[in-house]
Design a protein around this ligand. Structure first.
Ligand code: MSP
Length: 547
């Protein structure tokens, strides 16, 4: 039985169209999902849309169309964008779907019985853009303005159902501060700086509203009502968080739970790191829900800014769909994926999406390193061996023997580098360190360049007696390139598959025949290319970009 691996992205609000932030989180989730499929895991990758927000109702009203139409339009835009961008999500959940609504009501019903939910009055500072109440001390710190949009917070009073979050302070601290399990469940928040931030906030956590007054919230019937009380809508955040569970709460999919990784950004950390695990612990105590566990890791990345500034439509630096499509058109989808995944804001600092930086990364890593290496190997095979992969035969060390010691010292033989690269990338993948993973994989390609530079096959080729050595050198290069391309596949599936075609490898077909699952550990073993294989030449993989 393959290991199961469940990864999620936030579900995105449908008040507007997708932008680079949404594409980013879904892209890195896609890279991680593909890595796990490549390893042979049984992967479930979920993304989708969060629809019952007051701002969705408002956005539709402004345009004079029904909320449903507006939601359909934007959800459709998210779904088709992700498809166009090659995302391999296994489902797309919309919170307005019956399958979601029914299950959320079921969970809330169970929570109402748990004693962890009660009806009370709430007064506080509301951030309408974020659909979120802000605690007094934070509101003051932020000068009573939204930390995200900068718009003034609104004072609100409501009768609400409350979830006793305060009763979960201790369990949450045990999970996050002491790193111990609670009710047999573990839960981690990464990076550590974000975890520490959340630990401090949990210490003073108060009970939180999980419903909103339907009339007061201006939601009309655009909501999921509290079971048994139609005057209350389940608060959009509670409704939304449950998507991770509703989608897999079926007989066929329940084995995916708990999610291994929830990917989010820093803007929505509190709900995911405190309220979500506490609600799951409360639900778990209810009859029939003992299978409910806590997610493995909640990873909260930082934000993209653009050309050195916070993205904004009025600043003209907003990376919208049109801009994203332009990048794909000019550089290829895989180049965009590479840039997002290697230069993006994993960790605690924001990243700058700057065109100049994009071009620099594209030219140096993709065109000059990977693309160029593939061309060199194919060209030499073509020139010296009539386009057929020669047999390796000769020991690598023999080939290196007649090098000056300086050159030898610079070189690590490729058959020894490749297994290290595999184990280094595996370590990085475990830590979700995508940029580090990518740099390990790319360094194998750089080693091939170095190997060519040191062994100089083009010089040896002039001497007929050294034909075996040239054969060995080329075989080793092609073999290392094969392994690098497998490791790079999660980042650049189209281009990696192109390399496989040129080297005559059938991995794409094997994966398709095996339910999308690969055999990474076996495929990266040294020495699998068959001598005599025709090596196809072709257009540059990543043509150099000249502005
Ligand atoms: N609907 C809620 C999430 C509910 S999840 C149960 C929501 N939606 S959102 O449309 O505002 O999307 C927020 C998410 O989009 C962020 O957490 C992040 O994943 C992504 N990003 C939005 N802007 C971003 C950047 N500028 N940079 C990187 N990612 C960002 O919040």
């Amino acid at each position: 039985m393959p290991d199961s691996f469940y990864i999620t992205t936030p579900i995105y609000y449908v008040n507007d169209r997708p932008h680079i932030g949404h594409v980013y989180t879904t892209t890195i989730a896609d890279v991680i999902a593909r890595y796990h499929r490549l390893r042979g895991d049984d992967v479930f990758f979920l993304t989708g849309t969060d629809e019952h927000a007051a701002k969705v109702v408002d956005a539709a009203a402004e345009r004079g169309i029904s909320t449903q139409d507006w939601a359909d339009r934007n959800a459709g835009e998210f779904e088709s964008t992700f498809q166009r961008l090659g995302m391999s999500n296994d489902d797309f959940i919309r919170t307005s779907q019956d399958r979601h609504k029914e299950r959320v009501q079921k969970y809330v019903k169970a929570l109402l019985k748990s004693g962890d939910v009660y009806l009370g009055d709430y007064e506080g500072w509301y951030d309408a853009g974020q659909e979120e109440y802000v605690p007094e001390n934070k509101a003051k710190e932020q000068d009573y303005k939204s930390a995200i949009s900068g718009r003034p917070l609104v004072r609100k009073t409501e009768k609400n159902y409350f979830f006793k979050l305060s009763a979960y302070r201790e369990p949450l601290l045990k999970l996050l501060e002491q790193g111990e399990s609670v009710d047999g469940c573990a839960f981690d928040v990464q990076p550590n700086a974000r975890k520490n931030e959340i630990i401090e906030r949990i210490r003073t956590a108060e009970d939180v509203p999980i419903s909103r007054d339907v009339a007061g919230a201006g939601l009309g019937d655009w909501c999921i009502t509290v079971p048994g009380d139609d005057t209350h809508a389940i608060y959009v955040w509670i409704d939304a968080l449950f998507n991770y569970l509703t989608t897999v709460d079926t007989d066929e999919r329940r084995h995916y739970w708990p999610a291994n990784v929830h990917l989010i950004a820093k803007d929505i950390l509190w709900f995911h790191a405190a309220i979500w695990p506490a609600m799951l612990l409360a639900l778990k105590k209810q009859p029939g829900y003992d299978w409910v566990q806590l997610p493995g890791v909640l990873y909260s990345h930082s934000f993209w800014i653009s050309e050195g500034k916070k993205m904004s439509k009025s600043e003209g630096n907003f990376i919208d769909l049109e801009k994203i499509d332009q990048y794909v058109e000019t550089f290829s989808l895989d180049a965009l994926r590479w840039f997002l995944a290697t230069q993006g804001p994993m960790g605690t600092t924001d990243s700058d999406f700057a065109e100049a930086r994009f071009i620099e990364v594209y030219n140096s890593e993709l065109a000059n390193t990977l693309g160029n290496c593939l061309s060199r190997v194919c060209n030499m095979t073509n020139r010296y061996f009539e386009g057929q992969l020669p047999a390796g035969g000769q020991e690598i060390d023999d080939v290196l023997l007649n090098q000056d010691s300086d050159a030898q010292a610079k070189l690590v033989t490729l058959d020894r580098v490749a297994p290290n690269t595999h184990s280094n990338t595996a370590d990085s993948a475990r830590l979700l360190a995508l940029a580090t993973y990518a740099s390990h994989a790319l360094s194998l390609v750089q080693q091939i360049d170095l190997y060519i530079e040191v062994t100089q096959p083009f010089k040896r080729a002039k001497d007929e007696s050294k034909r075996d050595e040239v054969a060995t050198i080329l075989y080793n290069c092609a073999e290392a390139l094969r392994i690098a391309s497998i490791l790079l596949w999660p980042f650049m599936p189209t281009k990696a598959e192109e390399i496989w075609r040129r080297l005559g490898c059938g991995y794409a077909e094997q994966m398709a025949a095996n339910g999308g699952r690969g055999m990474l550990d076996e495929w990266v073993l040294w020495g699998q290319l068959k001598p005599g294989t025709p090596i196809a030449q072709g257009d540059p993989l990543f043509p150099r970009y000249q502005p």
